[in-house]
Design a binder for this molecule. Structure first.
Ligand code: ACO
Length: 334
């Protein structure tokens, strides 16, 4: 490099812009950029030492088999610069295919033939176009779920600020996978099954009242009681703002409301958009069961006993109940 013409900005790229993520469907791909890359490339989110740096990280939309390809027109010689491929590989599973696209295509097609969404189906719904979406619940005991989780976990770093990887050896984690499982054919109005397409996921932790209970032969039913905490919740950008977050959150809450061993539901470090989502869903649920009519009939101030009872029944903490009540009051016309 000619030192006289050296301009650092020419050799510096924004890691959020240089990195393109894609979800490869059978007919084309969704492309989008990460919201954050600082856990991987550092706080400045910049990569130094390359010109025209392009990092393509593609995922098969069904199996999430990753493919990573880094290209650039020039690289600064004789300087100790970061290798973006190496850096990313610290966070990606070993199964990631590097550079050789046709190898990736072969392997993903082969895997997709045998693919089954791991876990138990807990909810199916249709979107406004009549396409079908399915939510599965599983855990790290299932090897296929673990394999899939290792492929999707990097989305936590890319889309949740201050997100980090969870301990895969801890069997108290619950995993929820959201997939599009049928598609409307453009030429006809009926939906047909194609390969399922990954939409989003959530991890939730069960705090057991008696940790380690499964190591003992305990007959007490209450030993299975746990408090649930939603930890990482992601709907991928191509599917955001279409109601999928709402469906996923509601499906998990309904599932826990029907589980007599699930005692309470909490959220770990929600951000503003998740708070909005939760408030909207909780308000709708409280409306549907006549909660606010019941409150209106009570003598004020509301007794602690009544609030304790509702907290138990609805599995929401008092703060969230009060928040929903305050939101409803704000919404009333004057
Ligand atoms: N047409 C237009 N708008 C719609 C439609 C529709 N058909 N359906 C829903 N919306 C609107 C909703 O009213 C809502 O509006 P608001 O933002 O004004 O409240 C908005 O779209 C979002 O609602 P959903 O579509 O149900 O939610 P989405 O699927 O976009 O998921 C989420 C929300 C999870 C926050 C998603 O944006 C995401 O994954 N973001 C990145 C990761 C993240 O921030 N995760 C949460 C971190 S906190 C934690 O993990 C505990």
């Amino acid at each position: 490099v000619d030192i006289a013409s050296f301009a650092p900005e020419v050799w510096t790229a924004s890691s959020n812009d240089a990195l393109t993520l894609s979800l490869a469907e059978e007919e084309g791909a969704f492309k989008f950029h990460p919201a954050f890359t600082y856990p991987i490339f550092g706080d400045a989110e910049q990569i130094f030492g390359y010109q025209d740096l392009k990092i393509n990280l593609a995922f098969d939309s069904t199996t999430l088999l990753p493919f990573l390809n880094v290209s650039y027109s020039e690289k600064l010689p004789n300087v100790d610069i970061e290798d973006p491929e190496k850096k990313l590989m610290e966070y990606l599973p070993e199964s990631t295919i590097l550079k050789d696209e046709s190898k990736w295509v072969d392997k993903k097609n082969q895997e997709a033939n045998f693919f089954k969404i791991p876990g138990e189906l807990i909810k199916e719904y249709k979107d406004e176009n009549g396409e079908i979406f399915s939510i599965y619940k599983t855990c790290f005991k299932d090897d296929e779920a673990l394999k899939l989780h290792l492929r999707m976990q990097i989305f936590v770093l890319f889309f949740i600020e201050a997100g980090s990887y969870i301990d895969k050896s801890d069997l108290s984690w619950e995993l929820y996978f959201l997939y599009k499982t049928s598609t409307i054919k453009k030429s006809s109005s009926s939906s047909f099954s194609s390969r399922p397409s990954f939409v989003g996921f959530c991890t939730a932790y069960s705090y057991f009242r008696y940790p380690g209970f499964n190591e003992y032969d305990l007959s007490e039913e209450s030993m299975l009681d746990s408090n649930k905490k939603i930890s990482q919740f992601v709907v991928l950008p191509p599917y955001q703002q279409k109601g999928h977050g709402k469906h996923l959150y509601n499906a998990m809450v309904d599932h826990w409301l029907n589980d007599k061993h699930a005692k309470s539901i909490a959220i770990e470090d929600p951000n503003e958009s998740f708070d909005d989502l939760r408030d909207r869903c909780d308000l709708e649920r409280l409306h549907a069961i006549g909660f606010f009519e019941e409150v209106a009939k009570l003598n004020l101030p509301i007794s602690k006993k009544w609030l304790d009872l509702k907290e138990k029944q609805l599995k929401l903490d008092k703060r969230q109940l009060q928040r929903c009540y305050a939101l409803l009051e704000l919404d009333k016309p004057t």
